[in-house]
Design a protein around this ligand. Structure first.
Ligand code: ADP
Length: 220
């Protein structure tokens, strides 16, 4: 299934929810935007596939909107923590497969994970971590530990490697690392040909032992 064929619903159209709707729609995804506030819904109507006024902390609303048919539902209700928790609980009870939720603080995260939220997002915290990484190294877009000493890095190709084949990139030349994909703009090429020439701004998605990756990243 193409990401564009996925059906998303966003509940809560504050700054966070609205920007999600914008980005998802711009990338061609189907988005249902929901809020109890009519003004927010009117604004979202220009962006999303469909926009409705509804209170999602109500069981009947969730079944009327058939939210269990959606691939991913995002609960982006912010200030009203009760509504945020209740909506998450009702969505999981209704059998929605994937529910992502915006959380306020650590105790809120704890409750959300107990009631089955599939992903908990703390936008300010997550963004702070990303920006700090960026401040430290503009060439590493993302670095995550997969467990058992293995990590995944998203490395940005700089002018130094422009025009060279992927196999010549310092992070790809070790036999302990593996290039899983290359991102060029919105396009992702899985298992790219190692002779493919790199362009500035390409992102290589590489996996390997954490110490080997960290060492090669230092040499960039
Ligand atoms: P942000 O910090 O992202 O701007 P807000 O807390 O300001 O988030 O916005 C959350 C949105 O969620 C508001 O527009 C509010 O009207 C909406 N909202 C609150 N409760 C519900 C609910 N029960 N059902 C649907 N939308 C809700």
């Amino acid at each position: 299934m193409n990401p564009e064929d996925k059906q998303f619903a966003v509940i809560g159209l504050g700054r966070f929810g609205m920007s999600l709707c914008e980005e998802l729609s711009e990338r061609g995804a189907q988005v249902l935007a929901i809020d109890i506030n009519e003004t927010c819904v009117r604004q979202a109507a220009d962006i999303a596939t469909q926009a409705v006024v509804a209170d999602c902390s109500n069981e009947a609303t969730i079944s009327e909107l058939k939210l269990d048919d959606y691939d991913l539902v995002m609960v982006a209700i912010g200030d009203d923590i009760n509504a945020n928790i209740l909506t998450t609980l009702l969505l999981k009870d209704a059998g929605v497969k994937t529910v992502w939720v915006k959380a306020k603080d650590a105790p809120h995260c704890k409750i959300l994970s107990k009631i089955g939220a599939d992903k908990i997002i703390r936008p300010e915290l997550d963004m702070g971590i990303r920006i700090a990484r960026n401040m430290l190294d503009k060439r590493v877009f993302e670095f995550s530990e997969l467990g058992s000493g293995i990590s995944l890095a998203e490395v940005v190709v700089t002018a130094r490697n422009m025009g060279k084949p992927i196999s010549k990139h310092p992070c790809a030349s070790s036999d302990q690392t593996q290039v899983l994909a290359l991102k060029r703009g919105p396009e992702v090429r899985k298992a790219p040909d190692m002779e493919m020439e790199m362009q500035v701004g390409d992102i290589l998605i590489i996996t390997g032992p954490e110490n080997v990756l960290s060492e090669t990243l230092r040499k960039l």
